[in-house]
Ligand binder design. Structure first.
Ligand SMILES: NC(=O)c1ccc[n+]([C@@H]2O[C@H](COP(=O)([O-])OP(=O)(O)OC[C@H]3O[C@@H](n4cnc5c(N)ncnc54)[C@H](O)[C@@H]3O)[C@@H](O)[C@H]2O)c1
Length: 387
């Protein structure tokens, strides 16, 4: 029997992205992006490689950079070897990241595939002719770009606002992935732990459910009383914020908003508490404010494990994972969301970019949800592959 020593995680992921494989074969015939350049700023990890090669099969020239922190060097090198122009490298430095965004926009892409709004927001500050439109992947990007809608004035489809993205990726994908990340970072048991989830949107629902299935006692704090009622009726405890923090062994933020856990919470945090973020930007847990607080005696860190321990003058120890970056795309051997979840989301990306490239949508399609016919086609294709 022959062994293939070259078989890598990228190959494993590509073989699991069965929807993308079918779309790539179709695009190779139909060439929807012939003559077009697609610029993207999205996590450069193996699932994204499958998406970018699918778009390339459709005739696109691709210029790609990552999001803050989440670029995986092996994926970036693989893509460069496969004809994708890679800009930048893994960085946590916001200034360096903005430089990469500018270098990408210098290429004047015809379509943008954005994740978090970095590309479209910066495009408005330094516009160029010829941008047809594109897609935005996530909740935080949609929130950031919504006030800019009038000025963007071109078709931008928000992948996040598809029911499939909501339940397949944000709920099931992020929930499983943050649970896996907690185990991967800490090697601690989840059994009997008091886990507090901030935010009961799609990501929070999945996270709360996965930790409950991991035998944790899960509480939920959401700023919206209607959503909090839903968490209550789903069987989670919903204490007042301060009580919830005082009791928690693990605190997970998935709100998409800044300053969810700050230095003002230091008096409440339990000795040994573990803080972890799943929201897009690393601002939900205010790491800088926590560390700068006069109550802090020292900070110990193990960079390769992605764990920092903040030791308070009164002896309490607070552990922060991945410096508050999205834990499922950080730390040792980050895997991100499951292959199936991302295959579904990225199949919608490919179909939506195809729709925008077809120039049938106008400025009124700026920041609109995935068209229902694309939702139905992607759902049907996934079911057909799994029956
Ligand atoms: N880690 C990943 O792989 C991944 C994947 C998808 C989305 N995301 C990100 O996760 C975040 C959440 O996404 P979502 O789709 O669940 O968003 P959502 O808008 O559906 O839910 C967010 C919830 O947080 C609540 N909230 C807002 N401010 C709060 C506060 N101060 N305290 C408590 N609750 C508060 C809101 O009421 C809402 O219920 C976003 O940043 C999104 O971009 C991450």
């Amino acid at each position: 029997m022959q062994q293939d020593p070259q078989f890598s995680r990228i190959d494993w992921v590509a073989s699991g992205c069965r929807l993308l494989k079918g779309i790539a074969a179709e695009f190779a015939r139909t060439q929807p992006f012939a003559g077009l350049t697609i610029g993207t700023a999205i996590h450069l990890e193996p699932k994204t490689a499958a998406l970018l090669l699918t778009l390339k099969a459709g005739g696109a020239r691709i210029v790609a950079t990552g999001n803050l922190n989440s670029t995986q060097p092996a994926t970036a090198a693989f893509l460069a070897d496969n004809g994708i122009a890679i800009i930048g490298e893994q960085t946590r430095n916001a200034g360096a990241h903005h430089g990469f965004i500018d270098a990408l926009l210098d290429e004047k892409p015809d379509l943008l595939l954005d994740n978090g709004g970095d590309l479209f927001a910066r495009f408005l500050e330094r516009p160029y002719d010829g941008l047809i439109g594109g897609t935005e992947e996530t909740t935080s990007g949609r929130t950031r770009l919504a006030p800019l809608r009038e000025r963007l004035a071109r078709p931008i489809i928000v992948i996040n606002d598809s029911p499939i993205k909501q339940f397949a990726e944000n709920r099931h994908g992020v929930g499983q992935s943050l649970f896996e990340s907690f185990l991967r970072f800490t090697n601690r048991s989840t059994n009997g732990k008091r886990v507090l989830v901030f935010g009961y949107g799609a990501c929070g629902k999945g996270t709360a459910a996965c930790f409950r299935q991991g035998y944790s006692a899960v509480s939920v704090v959401d700023i919206d009383p209607v959503t909090t009622l839903e968490a209550h009726l789903d069987g989670f405890s919903t204490p007042h914020r301060a009580d919830a923090i005082r009791a928690a062994d693990v605190i997970i933020t998935v709100t998409g908003h800044p300053g969810i856990v700050t230095a003002a919470d230091l008096p409440l945090l339990k000795d040994g508490v573990i803080l972890m973020n799943g929201g897009h930007f690393p601002h939900e847990i205010d790491r800088a404010g926590l560390i700068a607080n006069p109550a802090v005696a020292s900070v110990a860190s193990s960079p390769e494990d992605g764990i920092e321990t903040i030791v308070l003058a009164d002896g309490r120890r607070i552990h922060l994972l991945a410096a508050g970056h999205m834990a499922n795309l950080a730390g040792p051997r980050p895997l991100g969301n499951s292959i199936e979840a991302m295959d579904l989301g990225f199949a919608m990306q490919a179909r939506c970019l195809e729709r925008v490239a077809g120039r049938t949508l106008g400025a009124d399609a700026c920041l609109v949800p995935v068209p229902a016919d694309i939702d139905r086609a992607v759902a049907g294709a996934f079911l057909d592959l799994n029956r």
